[in-house]
Design a binder for this molecule. Structure first.
Ligand code: AMP
Length: 192
């Protein structure tokens, strides 16, 4: 059985925290485009330096760069049985790019899971994370920009997965453990 899942949600919804546990439970890698960009930036690669221009202001890194990175990552052997994509796709163009890259090997996305939290929780959670992790894009003006980008560019793809009948909604409020249980149930339903 394959598990090719997209994990969506606003910044601060807990995608990063939850995707690792879910991926381990399903025996597939969690692939976070944001984490890959941050790792490249830490190593000062060309990709990281290019991505930083966008990340530092809360904008999306250009699709061409992001799609290429995801295609290369999905071609690695550990992603053969599936993957949890955390933070990709983030706009309609990336949804199409993902469909196209999977179709090359006769595959498709099994389902998308939307982790939701109320808007007023987003800023509070991210400012809290800023104190713990010190992420450079967790400052208030950049957080506001990222929320705006989420609403204008990423939210429309929720509708797309809904139209496909492959959207599963999970309440992201509560303890990490409680959310993990709900998420696992949604993932099981998505890949059933
Ligand atoms: P995240 O860790 O998912 O919050 O992503 C942090 C930042 O990385 C975002 O604000 C974007 O600048 C960039 N990023 C991550 N994923 C993508 C993506 N799929 N498309 C474009 N930019 C992305």
């Amino acid at each position: 059985m394959s598990a090719r899942l997209v994990l969506m949600g606003p910044p601060g919804s807990g995608k990063g925290t939850q995707s690792a546990g879910l991926a381990a439970a399903l025996g597939v890698p969690a692939i976070s485009t944001g984490a890959i960009f941050r790792d490249n930036l830490a190593r000062k690669t060309e990709l990281g330096i290019e991505a930083e221009r966008y990340m530092s202001v809360g904008d999306l890194v250009p699709d061409e760069l992001t799609d290429r990175l995801v295609e290369a990552r999905l071609a690695e052997p550990d992603a053969a049985p599936g993957f949890i994509l955390d933070g990709y796709p983030r706009n309609m163009e990336q949804v199409k790019a993902l469909d196209t890259m999977l179709a090359k090997t006769g595959k498709s996305v099994d389902g998308a899971i939307l982790l939701s939290i109320p808007d007023d929780q987003i800023v509070a959670r991210l400012l809290h994370r800023a104190q713990i992790e010190g992420r450079e894009d967790d400052t208030e003006p950049v957080i506001r920009e990222r929320i705006g980008v989420y609403h204008s560019k990423t939210e429309p793809i929720v509708g797309e997965f809904e139209r496909r009948g492959s959207l599963h909604r999970v309440d992201g409020m509560g303890s990490v453990e409680d959310v993990a249980v709900r998420l696992r149930a949604a993932a099981d339903a998505a890949i059933a």
